[in-house]
Design a protein around this ligand. Structure first.
Ligand code: KG4
Ligand code: ZN
Length: 346
């Protein structure tokens, strides 16, 4: 089955063509980072308008890259939530209209299910069941995954998501937007143990997270080391980045190991923007090896938002006979464990 995937939930327009026989044939991503940088965060109305501008040129590009015609497409998958309402509507309108015109099935995909299944696009994909750590700008969740659509929430952040904590901390340090990857790059040049950052909620049982205290700790640290309006010197900034990242990573590693022990599983999947963090990947690899467990993640471009993960997830659901009707579905808030189940062997 040849499926077109469309992702427009936030500030990236992603389109892809996935074939259930031949795998991923093409994918294109347009990032709106420059558009939102001047505002220091995503402006929803501008995001919607930019998706409108880019979606058709990107569609034509993926068709050319995959060497297929529109009429070859057999199904369409689009992100129908969670995300920004206007942005979701752009992808949903495009998918539904094209599906109607071509008389082919259309399916709305949960954005986090897309992330969760992205490692399936790699040469060495994980096997079910596994524990998934979903770490993005809006989510920090531990999920027990028995099969596609069989998701049980084990724990989640009670306040900021891990990516959000990275972005807010970067903003406090006046780093370039988007802050997460910039902070991570600076952390590599800093000293991890100069400051004694806490590891929130690791000293008590449970699989929930809280990152807002880390933000407060960082703010106080910055204030201690600043001279009036002047931010801390370069070395101190690097050391704060390193200490902050280490605290987030350690906290995630502790909870992942705990989730694997609790579920008696040996496979961990990490997905979402923060799973691109190389320190997190490395520390998980080392920690899990001690438990004879293994961690899986997608290549960098499929950790962040992209159309390929939506095409893949949608293809599984379409092949199982699921489809949406002609109404455009856009669900800004949508719990992952409310999705219908289906068997993975498609
Ligand atoms: O999955 P994603 O592209 O979008 C959402 O669904 O939210 O994740 C974006 C988040 C941002 O908060 C970004 O700062 C963070 O992922 N991120 C990183 C890294 N790369 C992206 N955080 C830490 N280290 C990175 N290397
Ligand atoms: Zn995402």
């Amino acid at each position: 089955m040849l499926v077109l995937g469309i992702e427009t939930s936030c500030d990236e327009t992603g389109l892809a063509i996935y074939d259930s026989q031949r795998g991923l044939l093409a994918h294109r991503l347009y990032s709106q980072v420059k558009l939102h940088a001047q505002y220091g965060g995503v402006v929803p109305e501008l995001a919607s308008r930019d998706h409108v501008r880019k979606i058709i040129p990107l569609l034509n590009q993926v068709l050319t890259d995959a060497n297929i015609a529109k009429s070859d497409i057999q199904g369409i998958a689009y992100t129908s939530g969670p995300g920004l309402m206007g942005a979701l509507m752009v992808g949903g309108a495009m998918a539904t209209a094209l599906g109607f015109a071509l008389a082919i099935p259309v399916i709305g995909v949960h954005h986090m299910e897309g992330h969760l299944l992205a490692p399936m696009l790699e040469d060495h994909p994980p096997q079910f069941p596994f524990v998934a750590l979903l770490v993005s700008g809006g989510h920090t969740q531990l999920v027990s995954v028995k099969a596609i659509g069989d998701y049980q929430l084990l724990g989640e952040s009670l306040d900021d998501a891990a990516g959000e904590a990275f972005d807010k901390t970067a903003k406090m340090l006046d780093l370039d937007y988007p802050g997460g990857p910039v902070l991570a790059a600076m952390a590599e040049r800093g000293q991890i143990d100069r400051f004694d950052f806490p590891r929130p909620m690791t000293d008590r049982p449970g699989l929930d997270f809280s990152f807002s205290g880390l933000k407060t700790f960082t703010r106080n640290l910055i204030n201690q080391h600043r001279g009036g309006d002047v931010l801390p010197d370069e070395q101190t900034t690097l050391d704060i980045c390193a200490g902050f990242q280490e605290a987030v990573v350690d906290t995630l590693v502790i909870k992942c190991r705990r989730a694997l022990q609790q579920t008696q599983m040996k496979t961990l999947v990490i997905a979402g923007g923060v799973s691109a963090n190389s320190r997190l990947r490395k520390k998980l690899e080392v920690a899990l090896a001690k438990d004879s467990a293994e961690v899986f993640y997608a290549r960098h471009e499929f950790c962040i938002d992209n159309g390929a993960m939506i095409a893949y997830a949608g293809c599984q659901r379409l092949a199982a006979g699921q489809r949406n009707d002609l109404a455009i579905s856009a669900t800004p808030r949508w719990p992952l464990d409310q999705l219908p189940s289906l068997l993975p062997s498609l």
